[in-house]
Design a protein around this ligand. Structure first.
Ligand SMILES: [Mg+2]
Length: 439
């Protein structure tokens, strides 16, 4: 029997990588971003530490770390089993209390709740000796449903309907588990060739490498003007060939009608979707753009800034999406992600998680595998960016035919190597103390 550790204390650390120096993550809205984690660890009286983090950008991490510090003390003294026996209740309690008034199930508090719950899931999976995706894949439908807070979504999916969906998939689950254990569950798509700050030569070199790595899906940042975007997309198409799938991401830059007018210029380039064409909160705006671009064969995707299951429910109800781009740290951890996987499956829209920042591929390779094995039962794709994997104890990897390697190390792949903190913890790390970092 696995041990049942008690949480004895916690640490919250502010980790920031100077990714802006390499133009990593550069897009129309965020020209210079520093990938950052509010990094929480729960110490226990057992052999394992539970690690969880949420993602932010540079200075935003000041606020994120403060929010995590305000929540974490609630868990000290708790036995793990008292929290995992009913994970739906654990999620609901996490988003409750006086701080809920600040911004219920959204904003920085949602990110902080995510870090806390990520740490609990990581600890749970470590104690069970399984990678997180396998822990969840081994759940019965009843155990799966017990992790989800259905409040606010029962008008679209009830626990009973979820059970029915999961039981149907459970009949063929063993076939998909075989594919997952042989790294044939989650094809990767490439964003690393698409950052705005890259030169044509860098894009060309990156694409040649990506094609040999087996990638068949590519995404570039756009909104640089119709001619400039067309030139970049044509360059990509020339190298990847006519059968590859192309996507464009503009990170919320346009008004609704502006998005429609602009994107009509690209009907001949075989684009799957335009990502985040407008404000992430504009449910009906996304629906309008999608309807208007249908005759031009361009779909619409969003989700990396969608903060909770209610927003995804509305986007799906409004027929606003061709891909659900949930973010592993924008929603309230695995709990809420499971509810969004079910909603997406109900509406028959593929889940294509956002993982364009440090550590996100590490987390989302668990999530996409769960979707494939337990929920949708269908192959989708998952973003792959090739920066900072070396910082992780259990780094994400891809196969030589363009699939994500299913994680094998017990836990949720959250642990960052200690050497990264020596260099990049803000503000004591050696990089931030040196002249370049101070500047
Ligand atoms: Mg994006």
């Amino acid at each position: 029997m696995p041990a049942d550790p008690t949480i004895t204390g916690f640490t919250v650390r502010d980790l920031r990588w100077p990714t802006s120096l390499d133009n990593i993550g550069s897009d129309p809205m965020n020209l210079a971003g520093e990938n950052a984690f509010g990094y929480l660890q729960f110490q226990t009286d057992g052999e394992h530490i539970g690690t969880g983090w949420s993602f932010s950008n540079g200075q935003g991490n000041d606020v994120l770390c403060a929010a995590i510090r305000s929540l974490a003390p609630r868990y000290v003294g708790r036995k793990l089993s008292s929290l995992t026996a009913n994970m739906a209740e654990t999620q609901r309690k996490c988003v409750s209390g006086q701080v809920r008034f600040m911004s219920p199930e959204r904003g920085v508090l949602q990110l902080a709740c995510c870090a806390v719950l990520n740490a609990l899931w990581d600890l749970w999976a470590k104690v069970e000796g399984k990678p997180l995706w396998r822990l969840v894949s081994d759940f019965t439908p009843e155990e799966f449903v017990r992790c989800i807070d259905f409040r606010y979504i029962t008008d679209e999916i009830t626990p009973e309907q979820a059970l029915e969906m999961l039981r149907k998939q459970a009949k063929t689950k063993h076939e998909r588990l075989d594919l997952a254990t042989s790294n044939k569950a989650v094809p990767a798509y490439n964003t690393s060739i698409g950052w705005l700050g890259l030169s044509d030569d860098q894009v060309r070199e990156g694409l040649k490498k990506a094609v040999t790595q087996g990638f068949k899906h590519f995404k570039i940042k756009g909104a640089q003007g119709v001619e400039a975007d067309r030139k970049r997309l044509s360059l990509v198409r020339e190298i990847v060939g006519p059968s590859a799938v192309l996507m464009v991401d503009v990170n919320q830059i346009w008004d609704v009608d502006e998005a429609i007018t602009y994107m009509k210029n690209f009907s001949d380039l075989g684009l799957w979707f335009i990502e985040e064409p407008t404000s992430p909160d504009d449910v009906l705006g996304h629906a309008k753009i999608r309807e208007a671009l249908k005759p031009y064969n361009i779909g619409v995707a969003t989700g990396e800034h969608v903060n909770n299951r209610v927003m995804f429910k509305q986007l799906l109800q409004a027929n606003a999406l061709d891909a659900v781009q949930l973010d592993a740290c924008r929603l309230c951890s695995v709990n809420e992600i499971l509810s969004v996987l079910l909603l997406a499956a109900k509406f028959n829209v593929p889940v294509v998680p956002h993982s364009g920042g440090a550590g996100m591929v590490e987390l989302c390779s668990h999530i996409s595998t769960i979707d494939f094995v337990c929920v949708s039962g269908k192959e989708s794709i998952l973003e792959y960016t090739d920066h900072l994997h070396e910082a992780f104890v259990a780094p994400a990897k891809i196969t030589d035919n363009g699939y994500h390697v299913s994680p094998t190390v017990p836990g949720y792949s959250c642990d960052v190597k200690e050497a990264e903190f020596e260099k990049f913890e803000a503000s004591a790390g050696s990089f931030w103390q040196a002249e370049q970092g101070r500047r």
